[in-house]
Design a protein. Structure first.
Length: 459
């Protein structure tokens, strides 16, 4: 199968992305509109006020009270990671000064939230990193970005220069640019690259927060997480928890792919929205049908959490709030905050095969499950798509997925397994028709999701 390539979405040049910035009620996305570009330090400080660092122990307590969890996909409590790094540094000596890393790689092609914040609100991100550094006791912060996100990188570097010129009491800053590979955004891969190695995930003897880069405690948080930290330290945990729910507090950025010329839309959920609300089709004036029927905007299924997320039938999750607790109750997770519907007219088998092929190509090739297992999964789905497979091969595919689960050197194979297993269930009727070598009644046309060509280098 030849993948349909589309460029990585750029928040400043792609007019199909109507970012909801500057609208009343926003938090991370509050402030000046995107057309004005990155918010300079002067405007940022005038809008939000100075950064009140204060006693690091009290700031850590406030973060713990907030209940903030990582927004990169793992959902680990932010305060717990910072506390572990602080404790590890205190138990060590001078050469155990911690590292703080802002993970700005955003390897998930379907997500645009982190690069948008870097491009348009860089000081909010750097403020959060400065707070994390003060809590952990770090004297340097590294912003780890991927090649190809030029506008975000430029905005971050200009923001660093502004802060230096203003004489802010910041840690030292370094903006590092690594390879644009899917698994290179994983925290241990970032740590490996920052040590001078390849940006590939690695097995960890200790958590990074205890023994990461060069054996030092290393705190890695993604861009959205750092931006939340900057708001919590200013306005407090009680204010921050007014958004979201008791079990899933705080606002959340969501990239929604709805079809039409807009392609994707970045939203900030301050109050919980259901998946059905997020999937509301674009207005007629925003559509670019190109001969497509109106039903092509009606979702039959939805991929939640990114390319390595899980499928669900659209009608089954229509009333489910897009929060961690509500999604967990139905076997799903928000992941990096991606909602990607598949129209009723599209073939679910073809969608799975396309995703599996791209994800297999993005493997680091460090273990059998990645190097051989994912390739076999992609080939099996391709045979099913072309109707040269059989129901016996589908059963063997399920067995293969079970053999791969939990056996990888990193979590990449598990993500692919979850995506395919959920798809085999959600698209069971299509799968059965393909296995019987009968037409499934769907079109092979898939949404214009981005599938960037893999980079060869790992440095």
């Amino acid at each position: 199968m030849t993948l349909a390539r589309s460029p990585v979405l750029d928040p400043l040049t792609d007019r199909t992305l109507p970012y909801r910035m500057g609208q009343p009620g926003g938090r991370l996305l509050a402030g000046r509109p995107p057309r004005l570009g990155a918010e300079p330090l002067r405007d940022h400080a005038a809008r939000l006020g100075p950064l009140p660092l204060g006693d690091p122990r009290r700031v850590l307590e406030e973060l713990e009270r907030s209940g903030l969890t990582g927004r990169g996909g793992g959902g680990f409590p932010v305060a717990r990671k910072l506390a572990a790094a602080r404790a590890a540094a205190s138990a060590g000596c001078a050469h155990h000064v911690p590292h703080v890393v802002v993970n700005a790689s955003e390897s998930e092609p379907a997500s645009v939230k982190d690069r948008t914040l870097c491009t348009l609100r860089p000081h909010l991100v750097l403020d959060g990193a400065a707070v994390a550094a003060a809590i952990a006791g770090a004297n340097r912060v590294v912003v780890y970005a991927h090649r190809g996100t030029d506008r975000a990188i430029e905005a971050l570097r200009l923001a660093v220069a502004e802060r230096r010129a203003a004489g802010l009491p910041d840690p030292a800053w370094l903006v590092g640019v690594g390879p644009a590979r899917y698994v290179s955004g994983e925290a241990s891969a970032a740590a490996s690259w920052l040590e001078g190695g390849e940006a590939k995930p690695r097995a960890l003897r200790l958590p990074l927060a205890v023994g990461g880069i060069a054996g030092r405690p290393t705190v890695v948080h993604n861009v959205e997480t750092m931006a939340h930290v900057a708001l919590i330290v200013r306005f407090g945990a009680d204010w921050w928890r007014q958004a979201g729910t008791m079990a899933s507090p705080g606002s959340r950025l969501v990239t929604v792919h709805r079809g039409g010329p807009r392609g994707a839309e970045l939203l900030e959920m301050v109050a919980p929205l259901t998946v059905g609300t997020l999937l509301t089709p674009p207005a007629p004036e925003d559509r670019d049908d190109g001969g497509r029927s109106p039903s092509s905007y009606e979702p039959g299924a939805v991929l939640i959490g990114g390319y390595a997320g899980r499928w669900a039938a659209a009608d089954a999750v229509e009333g489910v709030p897009f929060t961690s607790d509500a999604l967990a109750a139905v076997g799903l997770a928000p992941g990096c905050g991606v909602v990607a519907p598949l129209p009723k007219e599209a073939c679910g088998v073809a969608a799975m095969a396309t995703l599996a092929q791209w994800l297999a190509a993005e493997s680091a090739g460090q273990c059998g499950p990645c190097l051989f297992g994912l390739a076999d999964v992609a080939e099996g789905l391709q045979r099913l798509t072309e109707r040269v497979s059989s129901r016996r091969e589908v059963r063997n595919l399920r067995l293969l997925l079970g053999d791969i689960r939990g056996k990888g050197a990193c979590h990449h194979p598990d993500g692919v397994v979850g995506m395919v297993e959920s798809g085999l269930d959600v698209f069971a009727d299509d799968v059965d028709r393909h296995a019987r070598r009968r037409p499934c009644g769907a079109t092979a046309d898939l949404p214009a999701w981005p599938f960037p060509a893999p980079e060869e280098a790992w440095r």
